[in-house]
Design a protein around this ligand. Structure first.
Ligand SMILES: *Cc1c(COP(=O)(O)O)cnc(C)c1O
Length: 386
């Protein structure tokens, strides 16, 4: 049985008629850029995520860059962020001229260690940029308290957590900004690139709308700041709008599959003497499992074994950012963030998309059990007789 990491074609067939129609309408209208379709989507996603404004942009990376800039982060500022993330998080900080100041991640959730943030705050610290990694929100209450106490901006990289919640509170509630990515394989994916910034602050929203459109204000040839060309296309907006009503069901299905993996793997994980660790969902979190990521001390062997059985898996992420050539100039060394360094050698993400079947989940779990049994030699009958 073949099990893939994503099946975008199956998802398309589910919606083909309405998406084809919506795309044709955009082409017929001749309005490819901005307009009412983009504005409608922005409001729908803002409502879903607990923000007043949504500002569509060209990618999740742009969303981060523009959010930092709109929050006044720039040259010489420090931004606290985890080293265990997709490169775009640190890239955006560096792009606006600020310095990424790393704080290690928690060994169970892989999100930033909130309790270790305060000791890294200096007079130059301007913002905290945590990541809701794999679809699980980092602790908003604690983060908000630190941001308020030290007068820092709180911007969340929510590229992996659209539709997630914590004690019923959605991702963009009570933060300066949260950023989304609509990269095709994200939980809410476009047919190309796209992103969005969510904010409840009117002034920040106004700056963001200006920034994405070349720094204009009022008139399209009146430039009040140096901006960007960062648009969410109308064609992408209608694709996303047609998918949006299904997002909750898809996220619920991801949760159901994650739960099934947990049930099927619980026994071997408990008996694994720490070699296998399943993902942990913190109480109160509605984790949307953008990834179902386990840890294994023999990760590479497990991945190879799964591949032999036609099961795709992926390593998010194989090396922490502080050890990557692009970010070593900031002066970090091996050993600085031991959890990030260790988990990047141990994490493995299994197939979890909503187009899977339960049968496929059973198949993957059974292969992992086989692998685990091959590691621990079974005590032989004869030996136990002695
Ligand atoms: C996908 C992703 C991004 C970047 O999004 P793009 O749309 O690819 O630019 C940023 N941060 C995280 C954590 C992501 O997973």
């Amino acid at each position: 049985m073949k099990v893939s990491l994503a099946d975008l074609r199956l998802q398309y067939y589910e919606l083909k008629e309405q998406i084809d129609k919506a795309i044709s309408e955009v082409i017929e209208s001749g309005h490819f850029s901005g307009g009412p379709r983009v504005a409608r989507l922005e409001q729908e996603i803002a409502d879903l995520c607990g923000a007043k404004h949504g500002i569509g942009v060209a990618s999740g990376t742009d969303a981060l860059i523009l959010a930092l800039e709109a929050c006044g982060i720039g040259q010489g500022d420090e931004v606290i962020t985890p080293p265990f993330s997709f490169g775009a998080t640190s890239e955006a900080i560096a792009r606006v001229g600020a310095r990424p100041v790393y704080v290690d991640v928690d060994p169970h959730t892989y999100n930033i260690q909130v309790e270790a943030i305060e000791e890294r705050i200096t007079p130059r610290t301007k913002a905290i940029l945590p990541v809701d990694l794999y679809g699980q929100m980092c602790d908003r209450t604690a983060l908000r308290a630190i941001a308020q106490k030290h007068n820092l901006r709180l911007i969340i990289d929510s590229a992996q957590s659209v539709g997630s919640a914590q004690n019923g509170v959605p991702i963009a509630s009570g933060v300066d900004a949260a950023t989304l990515s609509f990269y095709p394989t994200k939980n809410l994916g476009a047919y190309g690139d796209g992103g969005m910034i969510l904010t409840s602050d009117d002034e920040t929203a106004e700056i963001l709308r200006s920034l994405r459109g070349h720094g204009t204000h009022g008139h399209k040839y009146h430039y009040v700041r140096v901006g960007y060309c960062s648009r969410l296309d109308a064609i992408q907006a209608v694709v996303l709008e047609n998918k949006l009503p299904l997002l909750k069901g898809w996220n619920d299905l991801r949760r159901k599959y994650a739960h099934l993996y947990n049930v099927l793997l619980k026994d071997i994980a408990e008996k694994s003497e720490g070699t296998l660790q399943l993902p942990q969902e913190i109480e109160g979190n509605y984790h949307i499992y953008h990834q179902y990521t386990l840890r294994h001390t023999k990760r590479d062997a497990l991945q190879a074994y799964l591949k032999e059985h036609e099961i795709a898996s992926e390593i998010y992420y194989p090396s922490p950012l502080h050890l990557q050539p692009a970010y070593t100039p900031y002066g970090y060394r091996e050993g600085d963030f031991p959890v990030s360094e260790r988990v990047s050698n141990e994490v493995l993400s299994l197939p979890i998309h909503p187009e899977l079947t339960e049968e496929q989940i059973y198949y993957v779990a059974e292969r992992i059990c086989d692998f685990q049994k091959s590691l621990t030699p079974q005590p032989s009958y004869q030996r136990s007789q002695v």
